[in-house]
Design a protein around this ligand. Structure first.
Ligand code: ADP
Ligand code: ZN
Ligand code: ZN
Length: 755
């Protein structure tokens, strides 16, 4: 037998070193080593954790110089082979370091090598007959209580939680286990934990649904792509209420039935409880597959357990927000990005990756299908359809041929003249609200600003109270009589006089959710009106409570911010009011128009989802602007064509990529000086290096919000056709340029938040 040579490996260290390092594996464990495993290695004089990125043929590297790894931490691979490749791509594309990418990808507990938690779960083993149950109730009421609880559960439940909640001690539980009435097992996945914490409310069994023609075609087309085992991106453009979730469920079931794994991304789990609840219960009940629901409320230990069950193939579907795109799903065949246009998919802190774009790249690495779904697809995705990169499936009709809501646009300039003064609710909206209340139908009102008034203005000296740390106006919150900064959270007592000239005439301008709530209460004193925004969300579980109250009709009118615009399905809502449709038009962002269009269509989509048709009242001071008019007519193609032309004339995304280089620091002169120095330096380098020529530089200029949390902000924009080709050069120049220690700079590739 040929003597075994020493195995060499490369690793990504998890701390500090932005390099791939080489090690040897001791013979005793070299049969166990696998790509993607977590290992302990000696590094300088320390011991560090690292991820095995490659197994190297010993002949290919100078083995003698290498040190031995110390230990394999888990027997399973923390990352799949494709995820390793994804790390390399993300590091390069987003100009990051290995450790920052790995930090985003791997849950903390797994990165630290914590032990698996091994939660114990219990469920009924053998059912008792009626007589024995009566006996048990008499002799051991605690045991009976536990038995009764478990007999109502469809799945195993977490032992500690259940005993705690029922007030049953573990010896009662043990007796039942010994008698083989209940059984105990080690399973990492269960549903009640999540139900407890998030409150998915899909308790009623869904009616039997037969796909309509458009849904059927979409399932067939996308299904064929899945069968081909080749990378392919599909865009599912289905109007609001067209039953996209049903299409997802069919495809997920198909993948699972074929032994594959899948990822379903949603913008924010707490705000899409219906989608998540439905997908999970259907997959669990109809094909017995194990679903991981990945959300911020599961503990680090539970995340490690979930990671483990995916990595070992015990669970094969994961549902979660953008970070779920990294889950180590085995045999990955399908990634679905629901509401793909949502800005929430872009991480707004380091590492600044875009969940949708990573999903597409990962699907490519896995020869899988990526399905992007939306009623209002992003311009980027529609453009990719146009140039033939993605296939498109459209669902133009709502289920059961329900009609899209009728949208009325109210010209608020006229309204102000007619009502002689500041107007929050137009007469039309008030009339329709009253009518709905009489007819016992529900309404939703949207205003995309929390608080009461948007700013305090002094008519005598024109003073506007701004935050002392940020360059924005403070918002008035009447519930606690405070002025609050929505960026840094600074709060002051609301002043009675102008802080500058002591005038008593100070006025409050603009409006927020609190004011709308107040005013509606005046018009409809007997209606049950509830406000839902991130202020009221601070109380735990409130969202869930309000949500279920609204569903069962305990609430007549829901007033909220955009956070309730997403994917909710309340059949009895027949009126939606958009109080200030222009708010998103005024932000300094080239996507302002696109966002306004999307918001209007999405918000309108909450109306008329049941048997009654729906209406929408959109109030605007710019009623004839393109996004509002196109949204009114639900003319997607028209809007897309016009907006795409605009973008083309400026050569903005999607025609080129945008990269934002942000500089910040406490001293504005220093920040601006270094930003300028940098641009000069870069321009000089460009003269020398032809590879940089495709780069167009704009700036430096002050960022739209010049000051944030006492830091002054300047930005440079780069436009480029191909990010991957430019980034390595840009990163190199950046590495060698000496920035002042007081100036923080960061690169944001394909930025979404431009404030
Ligand atoms: P979307 O996400 O496209 O806005 P949903 O997936 O929330 O729409 O579907 C809206 C409603 O229509 C849901 O209550 C769903 O159960 C129902 N539904 C979906 N497909 C069908 C169908 N083919 N027939 C009847 N009802 C359907
Ligand atoms: Zn004043
Ligand atoms: Zn502030």
């Amino acid at each position: 037998m040929k003597e075994k040579t020493t195995q060499a490996i490369s690793v990504f260290p998890l701390t500090g070193f932005d390099k791939v390092l080489g090690y040897k594996v001791p013979l005793t464990i070299s049969n166990d080593i696998k790509i993607g495993q977590l290992v302990r290695v000696p590094l300088l004089s320390r011991t560090e954790l690292a991820i095995v990125s490659d197994l190297v043929a010993p002949d290919d590297c100078p083995v003698n110089k290498l040190k031995f790894i110390l230990q394999i931490v888990y027997p399973f691979s923390v990352l799949t082979f494709e995820l390793i490749k994804l790390v390399v791509w993300m590091r390069s594309y987003y100009a990051l370091t290995y450790d920052s990418v790995l930090e985003a990808i791997i849950p903390t507990a797994a990165r630290k090598g914590m032990g698996l938690k091994s939660n114990l779960f219990i469920q009924i083993d053998n059912k008792l007959d009626a007589e024995s149950l009566i006996q048990l109730q008499k002799k051991a009421p605690k045991q009976a209580k536990l038995y009764n609880f478990l007999s109502q559960q469809t799945n195993a439940v977490q032992k500690s939680k259940v005993l705690n909640r029922l007030g049953v001690n573990s010896s009662s539980c043990k007796t039942l286990i010994d008698k083989k009435i209940i059984k105990e097992n080690l399973t990492q996945i269960n549903r009640t934990v999540y139900d407890d914490e998030i409150g998915f409310s899909e308790t009623t069994l869904p009616k039997k649904i037969i796909l309509n023609q458009e849904q059927e075609t979409a399932v067939m087309d996308i299904g064929e792509s899945i069968d081909r085992h080749k990378f392919k991106s599909h865009l599912l453009h289905g109007v609001t209420g067209s039953g996209k979730t049903e299409v997802y469920i069919h495809l997920l079931k198909k993948v699972v039935a074929g032994g594959g794994g899948a990822i379903l991304l949603v913008p924010e789990i707490a705000l899409t409880p219906q989608t998540v609840g439905q997908v999970r219960s259907r997959l669990e009940n109809e094909c017995g597959s194990k679903i991981i629901v990945w959300h911020s409320m599961i503990s680090e230990g539970e995340k490690l357990d979930a990671w483990h069950s995916l990595a070992t193939g015990e669970a094969n579907v994961v549902v979660g927000p953008r970070s779920a795109v990294f889950a180590p799903v085995q045999n990955l065949r399908l990634i679905i990005v629901d509401e793909e246009h949502e800005p929430a998919y872009k991480q707004d802190e380091s590492p600044r990756y875009h969940g949708r774009d990573v999903a597409i790249y990962r699907a490519r690495l896995n020869n899988a299908v990526c399905l992007l779904g939306s009623a209002t697809p992003s311009l980027e995705s529609l453009y990719n359809v146009e140039i033939g990169k993605y296939s498109i499936n459209k669902i133009l009709n709502r289920v059961d041929n329900r009609s899209l809501p009728l949208v009325h646009v109210v010209d608020m300039t006229r309204e102000v003249i007619n009502q002689k003064g500041h107007v929050v609710l137009s007469r039309m909206l008030i009339e329709k609200l009253k009518q709905r209340f009489e007819d016992k139908e529900q309404a939703i009102l949207f205003i995309n600003r929390r608080g009461y008034s948007s700013s305090m203005l002094c008519p005598d000296c024109s003073h506007i109270e701004t935050c002392e740390h940020c360059s924005i106006a403070m918002t008035y919150h009447r519930t606690d009589e405070k002025l609050k900064c929505h960026i840094c959270g600074k709060q002051n007592q609301a002043p009675k006089y102008c802080p500058k000239c002591q005038s008593e005439k100070i006025r409050w301008r603009g409006m927020g959710t609190q004011k709308v709530e107040d005013i509606v209460k005046k018009f409809l004193p007997t209606a049950k009106i509830v406000r839902l925004d991130s202020d009221s969300m601070q109380k735990k579980n409130l969202f869930r409570k309000i949500f279920s109250d609204f569903k069962i009709g305990k609430i007549d009118i829901l007033v909220g911010t955009q956070m309730i615009a997403k994917g909710l399905d309340f059949p009895n809502v027949t009126l939606v009011g958009l109080i200030d449709a222009d708010l998103s038009l005024h932000i300094q962002d080239f996507r302002a128009s696109e966002r306004t269009f999307q918001l209007l269509v999405q918000v309108a989509g909450r109306s008329g989802r049941g048997d009654q048709s729906g209406e929408v009242v959109a109030q605007s001071f710019l009623p004839y602007s393109a996004p509002i008019q196109f949204a009114r007519r639900a003319d997607f193609d028209g809007y897309f064509k016009e907006e795409l032309e605009q973008r083309k004339s400026y050569n903005y995304p999607p025609f080129r990529h945008l990269i934002r280089h942000l500089f910040r620091g406490r001293n504005p002169d220093k920040v601006s000086f270094y930003a300028q120095q940098w641009v000069q330096h870069l321009e000089n380098e460009m003269k020398k290096n032809a590879k940089l020529h495709p780069l167009e530089i704009r700036g430096p200029s002050p960022a739209p919000i010049e000051k944030m949390k006492d830091q002054y902000r300047f930005q440079v924009w780069y436009f480029v056709k191909n990010v991957s080709r430019i980034i390595p050069h840009l990163a190199e120049i950046r590495k060698n340029f000496k920035f002042d220690k007081d100036v923080i700079e960061l690169l944001d590739i394909d930025p979404v938040n431009l404030s």
